[in-house]
Design a protein around this ligand. Structure first.
Ligand code: GRF
Length: 200
């Protein structure tokens, strides 16, 4: 039985090195695997240029004062691509109820710490400031909390003497890139159960 590729929308906000790894490792033929059909950002950013260079549609849903309206517009933009899975990879905004009511259970995020330790926007800085000897990265389902959803996968990274926030974050991002690509490579869409659930 041929397996259809899992169709992804990727949410980004910044440099897009995680997105680049996802694009570079898209299976080009054969059964299964995944395919990025749309990349969406909350602002113009280098990650969108990476999508364009790869020939993938890129869209901006500009942040606005009314967060509910922004989440609704984001949901509409993502829904138009009919994704099986939404991947937040370097996306720096909190997804609200207007988005999650449509995509909770089908949205995953990669975070640069071993959750539940160090949630939030400065996970690497917080871990370094705390003085942990081991940190890492986590892929989790997105729920209504901040980095609180069910954990799917984790990788540990040792903090080295002399590490700066930048040097530690780059090693964590290398692990994130490997982890998200490995995870998406084994993603499976369960249409037969009718709920279109994706498992890993
Ligand atoms: C990653 O560490 C991600 O977990 C965090 O921001 C970083 C994004 O890196 N939210 P890039 O934009 O993909 O290079």
């Amino acid at each position: 039985m041929s397996c259809q590729p899992v169709e992804l929308v990727v949410l980004v906000s910044g440099t897009g090195t995680l997105l680049q790894a996802i694009l570079d490792n898209q299976p080009t033929s054969g059964d299964g695997g995944y395919r990025v059909t749309l990349v969406v950002a909350d602002k113009e950013c280098p990650a969108l240029d990476r999508a364009r260079r790869a020939g993938v549609e890129a869209a901006v849903v500009e942040m606005e004062a009314d967060r509910g309206a922004w989440n609704a517009r984001l949901a509409e933009t993502v829904a138009a691509a009919h994704p099986d899975l939404v991947v937040s990879a370097g996306f720096m905004r909190i997804l609200g109820p207007e988005f999650l009511e449509r995509f909770q259970g089908r949205t995953i995020n990669t975070h640069p710490s071993l959750l539940p330790a160090f949630p939030g926007a400065d996970a690497v800085g917080d871990a370094l400031a705390y003085g942990v000897k081991v940190t890492g990265c986590t892929v989790h389902y997105v729920d209504a909390g901040v980095d609180t959803g069910e954990i799917i996968a984790q990788r540990a990274i040792a903090v080295e003497d002399g590490d700066t926030k930048e040097s530690l974050h780059e090693r964590i991002k290398q692990a994130e890139r490997e982890q998200i690509v490995a995870l998406l490579g084994r993603a499976q869409l369960h249409q037969e159960t009718g709920n279109g659930k994706v498992t890993f």
